[in-house]
Design a protein. Structure first.
Lengths: 460, 432
């Protein structure tokens, strides 16, 4: 319970309009996109500048009030779900792009800038910010950094961490910590920006972030290949990679997802196909033409029954429509959609796909699988109804099994959604007890009152 | 009803629809209100979670939830872009009915909705008196746009530049009409709607002219009543039902091929919301509602879909005046009607059609939203105004009188010289 006097203090500091105390307003920040129960926070705060942000954090620390920072609330692992005695700290009041530097290829942003708006502003200057998480239309850049968000272009362009050059963030005392720089090279001090990336709000609170920009590719070519066997598409993926071709995107849809997309979008997909690959190569036009030719040869060699290369921007758009529709098409089939992101080394994709099918059969569940075949990050999507208690128990068991298989294949619990609350109990299976103890010591030293998103990632 | 348990039970009836929401938050990217306020309670996901909170008894502040639920344009942008197909408008309307039944109607709304709107003849009389006396209170603001503003300080009118009430409402000008099908072989029932009747009778006359030109017979009973959306969006189910019944009676069991309206909101209300609430009526009434709803369409969609207006565009004459088009949310997002009104404009030889940016973004009117949240409504509207002006068009056309009022207000307040017309007015003017 936060006292009336303290609420007054917050109101004086932030302005009454940026302090939400009413139950109905707080309820709107009790959840994120994970399938987890909501928790009503004690208070919701929206600082509108750096100075106020720093002081707000200090005031929380002085009173041992837990802080859960919230961007757009699109987290899929519960990282943005607050504590009942804690505050939700909104980044929406700090959402300016401070600089896009065309000479030195970087940008400086406030935490609450929307990813897609930023990408568009960068594109308008003739530059490119590649990370494109599925939620980019609403997700915020600080949220992307805090989760190390990925996306469809990870295979060639990497993920959010590959674009973080530096940042300022506040520690629990409200002191500003600076790290990294606007230079390509920088080894001044520890790599705290690295620590903060994927920190899920547990180590500090972002104030400004410096992001790397790159020149955009001059040309791209999208292709679609259809297979009658799962093996054909899996082999194609390995062959493309071993031929030293790095497509910017290499996506797979399984038969169930293909049928769902076709029912939903009527895109003319072959519903009897075992799997579908969507491939895009980009770069210099000559390179694109050469690589596209090689990709086609590899697809045909591995027995694809249909191959289609987009000849225009419109056709390219149509190729990607199938991928964009995947989640929507699946989500409409049952009330609850559990989207997982266990990731394996890409050579293990065939094993993983088979294992997911076996798990679906074992627990009599509907699982559609699609995702980033090129980087080993699949999205097994469990379609269920969380109100069906018996089925929900089987869903939880299936999730356990999916994680076990991923780890046994040398993979990881989460490719891009984060650990948050949803996966923290599996963490020891992957990194071991000593790693968790090390992280807890680090956390204790940085955040002695345990106010920074407590309970997330490493428990406690 | 003040029994919280009963409220919870009622809200549980929405559970099947609410669980479909996977809380992905993508509605934030399209909600015109969220773009202004950045408040999660203003966007569909937030509202659904508030209702979920009430129904799971996580929160008890019914009035607080109701206020936030009411803070919505009901434009349907969220539903049109929802990846998991949540029927957001249906959830919100039904929840408003449930919460209103629990909380009761406010005194003002009770007076307006149950005291006047639900009694069409009385409502007509009140507004006719209003039309005669309005000149005492208002003065002209823009000659081109035909707007007025308040002469005296009025909290109700505020800064609005509004369209005055018509001297003689449409139904008085025309009475009832019943003409046989002409050379098209088609007969249309004409539902004009309140705003055409009381503010824009020229739209009604334009519809009649166009139908006559294309050889379409008209059945237009003057006993028709409001489509019920102001009552329904206030959660006033009894008034809504009275209005639906009045209309069922007016249009009766006459035979016609389509029921056409020049109002996007009336069209989507009759076509979508009436059947949505059919379960609240008797079996016979529900059957009649479904038949009528299936026949209801926008006037432009009727003309193009039945082949009366060519699907090809005509080459505009040199030096033609430019015209642009605003997509009313209730046509494009609710009913997916967006090509047909443009086709009409492209069939006017004296007009050159140009697209504006964000043609389908909400104008911010939202019916009673404009009355209750004028500043937010105007902020959304001003963005629309900027896109209209940037298109360079001499005229902005649309398919909804409510959007016309909102765009007129925005343009008039900035002193712009862009005319606002209904598509059917522009099309009718070009017919000999």
């Amino acid at each position: 319970m936060i006292s009336k006097t303290l609420i007054k203090e917050f109101e004086t500091l932030l302005g009454a309009e940026n302090v939400k105390t009413q139950e109905a307003d707080r309820m709107a920040y009790a959840y994120d996109a994970a399938v987890l129960p909501p928790v009503l926070p004690a208070l919701v705060l929206k600082p509108v500048n750096s100075e106020v942000l720093g002081k707000t954090i200090r005031l929380c620390n002085d009173n041992s009030i837990p802080i859960t920072v919230r961007g757009a609330g699109t987290n899929l692992s519960g990282g943005a779900i607050p504590l009942s005695d804690g505050v939700v700290l909104l980044t929406a009041g700090m959402n300016r792009i401070l600089e896009i530097n065309e000479a030195d290829l970087y940008a400086v942003v406030e935490p609450g800038v929307i990813t897609a708006k930023f990408a568009a502003a960068v594109q308008a200057k003739g530059l490119f910010y590649p990370p494109d998480p599925g939620s980019q239309a609403v997700s915020t850049l600080a949220g992307n950094v805090a989760e190390n968000a990925g996306g469809l272009r990870g295979l060639k362009y990497g993920v959010t961490k590959d674009y973080v050059m530096g940042m300022d963030f506040f520690d629990v005392n409200g002191d500003l910590i600076k790290n990294g720089s606007r230079t390509v090279k920088c080894v001044t001090g520890f790599n705290l920006a690295g620590l903060m990336t994927a920190s899920e709000g547990c180590f500090g609170i972002f104030n400004q972030i410096i992001l790397k920009l790159i020149p955009p590719p001059a040309a791209q070519k999208a292709m679609m290949a259809v297979y009658n066997t799962q093996e054909g598409s899996s082999q194609t993926v390995s062959d493309i990679i071993s031929s030293k071709i790095v497509p910017c995107t290499l996506e797979i849809l399984d038969n169930f997802t293909i049928r769902a997309v076709e029912d939903f979008a009527h895109a003319g997909l072959p519903t009897d196909a075992a799997s579908l690959l969507l491939i895009e190569v980009d770069g210099h036009p000559a390179q694109v033409a050469e690589e596209a030719e090689k990709v086609e040869a590899i697809c045909r060699k591995n027995g694809c029954t249909r191959f289609q290369a987009a000849q225009s921007a419109e056709e390219r758009n149509r190729v990607w429509e199938a991928r964009r529709a995947a989640l929507s098409a699946l989500a409409r089939l049952r009330p609850t959609t559990v989207l997982e992101d266990a990731t394996v080394p890409r050579s293990k994709i065939p094993h993983m796909v088979k294992a997911i099918n076996d798990i679906a059969k074992k627990y009599s569940l509907t699982i559609g699988t699609f995702g980033h075949a090129g980087d080993g990050n699949l999205h097994p999507t469990i379609l269920t109804d969380k109100r069906d208690k018996a089925e929900w128990v089987r869903v939880e068991k299936a999730i356990d099994d999916i994680f076990d298989v991923a780890l046994s294949l040398g993979g990881t619990l989460s490719g891009e959604h984060g650990i948050g609350i949803a996966k923290s109990r599996y963490l020891a299976n992957e990194i071991g007890a000593s790693s968790i103890a090390y992280c807890r010591k680090l956390k204790k030293a940085i955040d002695p009152n345990n106010i920074l998103n407590p309970g997330k990632v490493i428990g406690v | 009803m003040k029994d919280l348990q009963k409220l919870v039970t009622m809200l549980k009836t929405l559970e099947d629809q609410m669980t479909v929401c996977m809380h992905c938050g993508l509605c934030q990217s399209v909600c015109p209100l969220f773009a202004q306020t950045l408040n999660e309670a203003d966007v569909a996901r937030g509202k659904i979670c508030l209702l979920g909170g009430l129904s799971s008894e996580m929160l008890k502040d019914v009035q607080g939830v109701k206020e936030r639920l009411d803070n919505c344009l009901m434009c349907g942008s969220c539903a049109a872009n929802c990846p998991s197909g949540v029927s957001a408008l249906e959830i919100f309307l039904k929840a408003r009915v449930i919460l209103t039944a629990y909380q009761g109607l406010s005194r003002t709304r009770r007076m307006i909705l149950r005291g006047a709107l639900a009694h069409p003849r009385l409502f007509d009389r009140i507004l006719e008196i209003g039309a005669r006396s309005q000149s005492f209170f208002v003065s002209p603001a823009s000659e081109l746009l035909g707007t007025s503003c308040s002469r005296i300080m009025s909290p109700f009118i505020g800064k609005r530049h509004f369209m005055p009430l018509a001297d003689v409402p449409f139904h008085r000008q025309q009475g009832s009409l019943d003409t046989p099908a002409g050379e098209s072989g088609l007969k249309a029932a004409f539902y004009y709607g309140c705003l055409t009747d009381k503010i824009y009778p020229d739209i009604g006359n334009a519809v009649l002219k166009v139908l006559r030109y294309h050889g379409v017979g008209v059945w237009m009973p003057h006993e028709q009543a409001c489509c019920g959306i102001p009552a329904l969006s206030s959660g006033d189910l009894p008034s809504f039902k009275e209005l639906v019944r009045a209309n069922l009676k007016a249009f009766g069991d006459r035979d016609f091929d389509a029921l056409v309206t020049p109002c996007a909101t009336c069209t989507s209300t009759i076509r979508e919301f009436w059947p949505m609430f059919a379960g609240e009526f008797s079996e016979d009434e529900a059957a009649a509602i479904k038949i009528l709803a299936a026949k209801t369409t926008d006037i432009s969609a009727f003309l193009v879909d039945s082949g009366l207006v060519s699907d090809k565009s005509v080459e505009p004459a040199v030096n033609s005046a430019t015209i642009t088009y605003h997509d009313p949310c209730h046509l494009k997002k609710s009913l997916k009607i967006s090509a047909q009104p443009r086709r009409l404009l492209q069939n006017i030889p004296s007009c050159r059609f140009v697209e504006m940016n964000e043609a389908d973004s909400c104008c911010g009117s939202g019916g009673s939203f404009n009355l209750l949240h004028y500043e937010t409504s105007a902020a959304i509207g001003m963005r629309k105004r900027e896109n209209i002006v940037a298109s360079g068009a001499a005229t902005v056309a649309t398919s909804c009188p409510a959007c016309m009022m909102q765009m007129t207000d925005m343009l008039s307040r900035r002193g712009d010289t862009v005319a606002v017309r209904h598509v059917i007015e522009a099309y009718a003017a070009a017919l000999s």
